[in-house]
Design a protein around this ligand. Sequence first.
Ligand SMILES: [Zn+2]
Length: 329
Amino acid sequence: MWKNFWVLFLQLASNFTYGLSISWPTATSPIAKDAPLGIDGCIQPTESGRLESGKFGFVRENGTRFHEGIDIKSFEKTENNVPADKIYAFMDGKVAYANRSPGASSYGSYVVVEHEHFLTLYAHLASVDVVVGQAVKAGEKIGILGTTSNCANIPNARAHVHFEIDFRIGDAHTFAKWYGENFGDKNAHGTFNGINLVGIDPIAAIEKWLKGTKPADFFVGEREAATIQIASTHVPSFVERYAPLVARGIDLTKPVKGWRIEFSWFGLPQKWTPLSAIDPKDPPLKLVSYRKSQKHNALLREVLREEETGIAIGPRLINTLKKMGFDVK
Ligand SMILES: [Zn+2]
């Protein structure tokens, strides 16, 4: 277990040291000391064979299909060529969700682990070896890599663990309400349904940590694609849950009249500013600004939308607000 273990000690400005341990989700770790392979060597491309297709972003179908995580290659096989890699928890945390019905999700059998600042998700597993509520350490085994999915046909030759670093948008109440209004079927996965999670680029995140960036500083300086203003006294659980990342130094106990929210191009509400007053001439929801350099991807991801009158707020962003419990038309 310690072979796969990577420990980084950060000296903080406040002059105390704390340890931040991360573990690559398989034994073939590109971040371990003296690793023979870099991260690229551990990525499983799609049938296209293009390395980029296993990474995060609009990397599929000529840049039109989004991939919300990375596909980590299988290196270990049984005699019958069945994947056998053990899957390890990325950081210390607690198992938040485990789906053992491979036919019930495009993720197949999957595990979600809750960490101090975010969630990690491990999909297409052959077996799930943890239970909800169980505490896990970085590098602790949580399952076995597989090819399960209710839609993708993953051959053993392209077996991988689909890995995400995620944030949960809605809570049990607000997400269930949104889901009920939009889908007739039963939601089998609660708030850990993939459509209630927004993922960031795991490779970019790992590279930041390797350079010594604390998870809480992760979004500092990130480019926003769209800034919106919403008139509402609602304080979503999202902003409370992730306050150290998205609402730093803000007193969330004070009553609010609205919010200014900055979204990344892939739809993460990454910076929140409470407003104590709203101009009565303003509509309840408005696009304050967007960044031209992020426009292309933000339009593709439907964070923005092109209208005859110009650029407007896109349907993904509106649905994100609804999942968080905002009353948006
Ligand atoms: Zn994937």
